[in-house]
Ligand binder design. Structure first.
Ligand code: SF4
Ligand code: SF4
Length: 578
């Protein structure tokens, strides 16, 4: 069983990228393995740069079997590399010392399935036959490519065959398996262990491998091969590969080949015998150790392999079945195509109209990601294009006022900062016009908030229409608005304010309100880089605005009039002192 250690996981998604069956679920902030989907390939373990994924067997049950003193342990041949420099004899002696009554090396299982494959090979009736000795491949097929199940060779895994053999030979005894290819059938073995688990079990019972005798202390179980190669392939079959008269024999490595196999078989082609393994072999398993030590591991195992037997090593009187049936395992949660489409729509497409397929989420394609999301194993927060679009939308929302469609206060302030800098560099002045609707509360009170909103919207439209393209109009808040006028002096700003005042005054009429129901008062201030205002520009405009209000409203007041010149109330012609 594989598990993610939450305290070590940093959510980098490296494991998601390598998992061939999409069994790693990202439910922020947690990354976890979906046991229903995991086929136990182990690829996620070395892929995690933070050592956050562990493979664990059922150590407690295995320890109970050892403590009982009547159980058997199938110790896969790869143990020789794992426990090196201890000798295989010392490892077997240690397992006996821990309490296992029988310790085997897994070769009988290989011999049994090799015999079964030789019978299949001699049978001319099949057209496509997929090797079924790798539990990872079998699980992947039964879960995700059920159309291939009828083509699986009806042969069990070597570890399963060996467990049955031991029970046939010794009677019903509990069996523990230790290695990378545990039996698949339920109840075939009592527990499965990794080599690290076995080390832990020995440590718990106080047995040290290095302290064991270097020769067997009990008569060992059969350790030699007769007709099999590692993994249960018959040598005779392998010897025929490549001969022109021999029917097709295809070697496939890795689960990524399964979709192509499924398609070819669906299309009605016979592929012959497909020798498929999830890895190059047991010594190449991700849990066996680093890739660059593969050669070394092979050498260790070769050097500890006993010489081949010249006679069959399976005891004639012991009858153990090597047959297998494969149940199609339906997904715990069926894939909902509509949900997949919802996710794909949320992701959207790239500028060329095609799926992004950027891989940033850990999945190779948007479609694969959408499937994972529909199964609850991924969230849109993993999707970079979706997140970028959401961020753009959020910043657009923050930049545009929802009622009037004008820019927001934030945008105005940013733009004004830029204008100040630009003005200092260019020496050109710019102006700000601050306006506030007169008695706007009365509009809301008399004609309702819907009319109030309609007035705000119409005022926004008039203001936008009344300025140049280079000017910026923003809603300051409530019924207050501002306009920023680049390259404009006070006189020019006053002329613009007059245009805007007239436009605002026309809104009431257009909305069917009485004459004079909608008017605004204006304050104008100017930033002259030669004599920059001491006060904040908007503060000055605001003060001018209040003078316009005080002068009777529907008027314009300037903040910094030239000496001797008064600010004019442009609607009613009264003079407003600056
Ligand atoms: S590889 Fe997976 S388990 Fe490891 S830190 Fe990254 S997300 Fe977590
Ligand atoms: S062991 Fe294999 S199938 Fe399971 S989560 Fe890891 S990579 Fe995926």
């Amino acid at each position: 069983m594989f598990a993610v250690l939450p305290e070590a996981c940093v959510g980098c998604l490296a494991c998601v990228r390598v998992c061939p069956v999409g069994a790693i679920a990202v439910e922020e902030p947690r990354v976890q393995i979906d046991d229903d989907a995991c086929v136990g390939c182990g690829q996620c373990v070395p892929a995690c740069p933070h050592h956050a994924i562990v493979a664990r067997g059922d150590l407690a049950r295995a320890a109970a079997v050892a403590a009982g003193g009547t159980g058997a342990l199938i110790l896969a041949p790869e143990a020789a590399a794992h426990f090196f420099p201890a000798k295989p004899e010392q490892v077997v002696n240690a397992c006996h010392a821990a309490g296992f009554r029988v310790v085997t090396r897994g070769v009988i299982g290989d011999e049994l399935v090799a015999m079964a494959y030789l019978q299949q090979w001699d049978d001319a009736s099949w057209g496509t036959l997929i090797r079924s000795t790798d539990p990872v491949v079998v699980q992947a097929i039964t879960r995700d490519w059920p159309e291939l199940v009828p083509y699986l060779a009806p042969v069990c895994t070597p570890s399963e065959a060996e467990a049955r053999y031991l029970q046939a030979k010794y009677g019903a005894m509990p069996v523990v398996y230790c290695g990378f290819a545990p039996p698949l059938g339920a109840g075939v073995v009592e527990a499965s262990l990794t080599f690290q688990d076995l080390e832990e079990l020995l440590r718990r019972v106080g047995v040290t491998v290095a302290a064991q005798a270097e020769v067997f202390t009990r008569i060992p179980e059969e350790r030699r091969r007769y007709l099999s190669a590692a993994g249960g392939m018959p040598l005779a079959m392998l010897a025929e590969v490549g001969k022109p008269e021999v029917r097709r024999f295809k070697i496939v490595r890795g689960l990524h080949a399964l979709p192509a196999l499924a398609k070819t078989i669906r299309d009605g082609h016979d592929l012959g015998f497909i020798d498929i393994l999830s890895h190059e072999g047991a010594l190449d398993h991700p849990l066996a150790g680093p890739k660059d030590e593969l050669f070394w591991r092979r050498k260790v195992c070769e050097n500890t392999e006993p010489p081949r037997s010249r006679f069959p090593v399976v005891e004639e009187g012991v009858v153990a079945s090597t047959g297998a049936t494969f149940d199609i395992r339906t997904r715990a949660r069926p894939l909902d195509e509509r949900q997949v489409q919802v996710v794909l729509d949320a992701i959207g497409t790239g500028p060329n109209g095609k799926a992004w397929d950027c891989g940033g989420c850990g999945q190779p394609t948007c479609r694969k990601f959408a499937e994972q999301a529909a199964l609850g194993r991924a969230t849109l927060r993993q999707c970079a294009p979706y997140q970028t679009r959401r961020a753009d939308e959020a910043s657009r929302e923050a930049a545009v006022d929802g009622v009037t469609g004008l820019s927001t206060y934030r945008v105005f302030i940013d733009r004004m900062k830029n204008e100040v800098e630009r003005s200092k560099r260019s020496g050109e002045s710019f102006a700000a016009v601050f306006l506030d609707l007169d008695h706007f509360k009365q509009v809301n009170d008399r004609w309702g908030h819907a009319m109030g909103n309609a007035v705000l919207k119409a005022v926004g439209a008039e203001l936008r229409e009344g300025v140049r393209a280079a000017d910026l109009v923003a809603r300051w808040g409530g019924d207050e608005f501002v306009a920023l006028l680049p390259r404009t002096d006070t006189n020019g700003a006053e002329r613009v304010a007059e245009i805007l005042r007239e436009r605002v005054a026309s809104v009431g009429n257009a909305l069917g309100l009485p004459e004079g129901a909608v008017t605004a008062s204006f304050g104008v201030s100017c930033f002259d880089p030669e004599t920059p205002p001491g006060d904040d520009l908007m503060e000055l405009a605001d003060r001018a605005l209040y003078r316009a209000k005080a002068a009777g409203r529907n008027a314009i007041a300037r903040a910094t009039p030239p000496p001797g010149r008064a600010v004019r109330d442009s609607q009613i012609g009264r003079q407003v002192d600056s």
